[in-house]
Design a protein around this ligand. Structure first.
Ligand SMILES: [Zn+2]
Length: 242
């Protein structure tokens, strides 16, 4: 049985009770988790696994499990190698999994802003990186982009306070509607039998497995820190918190 990825149903969950289901070289897998694994350009979550006796084991990153036979939602919680976790965790150990919420919320704000950018800049995405400090989006575009125009467009969409909601379609429906895919570099999260679409009301609709805020107002003030010509056919936009 694979990991139940609670963050996909509710990205606002900061913690959950769980049980260790697999022990790897660098960390453990859980039966359910709120930790988002590195993927789709978004950084993996950090946080803590808290034991029944109160011992706190730092999680330094989260990655998709590469264990043989791992399911698409199975995630490895990478533990601080100096924490002595190997002596404390075994299959069946109950833990409370707590993410670093401030860091994750920064990911959610910046990640949601990248969806808005897709509406502001009408070009396919050819690369994406979302950290707690910045979001970087590469557009397959030969025309120059004016920073002021992108900033104005982004500000207007944040101010709209548009709702962010989820819809599910089957893998077959996804395959039949390739125009929904905005990214050349990130494949839609298929293999689950169904694909999650993220709708920013009246702004954007695309498949995405990442974590998002509930409305665009929650993104807060951002600035277009940089627009650069990454190559002859690529323009890179960097967003930071204002
Ligand atoms: Zn997304």
């Amino acid at each position: 049985m694979g990991t139940q990825a609670l963050h996909r149903e509710d990205a606002t969950l900061a913690q959950c009770e769980a049980v260790v289901t697999a022990v790897g070289e660098d960390g453990v897998e859980l039966d359910r988790t709120v930790f988002y694994p590195l993927g789709g350009g978004q950084a993996g979550d950090t946080g803590t696994l808290v034991l029944a006796d109160g011992t706190r084991l730092p999680v330094i990153d989260t990655r998709k499990s590469k264990r043989e036979g791992a399911g698409p939602d199975d995630s490895l919680h990478l533990l601080d190698p100096t924490s002595g976790w190997r002596e404390r965790l075994a299959i069946g150990t109950p833990v409370r999994a707590e993410i670093d919420w401030q860091r994750r919320h920064s990911h959610m704000r910046l990640h949601t802003a990248t969806h808005l950018l897709c509406a502001v800049v009408p070009a396919p995405v050819d690369g994406c990186s979302i950290t707690a400090e910045y979001a970087r989006l590469d557009f397959a575009l030969t025309d120059p982009l004016a920073r002021e125009d992108v900033q104005r467009g982004l500000d207007a969409l944040i101010a709209k306070n548009a709702s962010v909601t989820y819809e599910w379609i089957t893998d077959e429906e996804m395959a039949a509607n390739p125009q929904l895919v905005k990214s050349m570099s990130v494949k839609p999260p298929m293999g689950f039998g169904r694909v999650r679409l993220v709708r920013v009301q009246d702004v954007d609709l695309q498949p995405c497995g990442g974590t998002h805020v509930r409305n665009t107002g929650e993104i807060g003030a951002l600035r277009v820190a940089k627009i650069e010509k990454k190559s002859a056919r690529t323009r890179r936009v960097v967003l930071e918190f204002a």
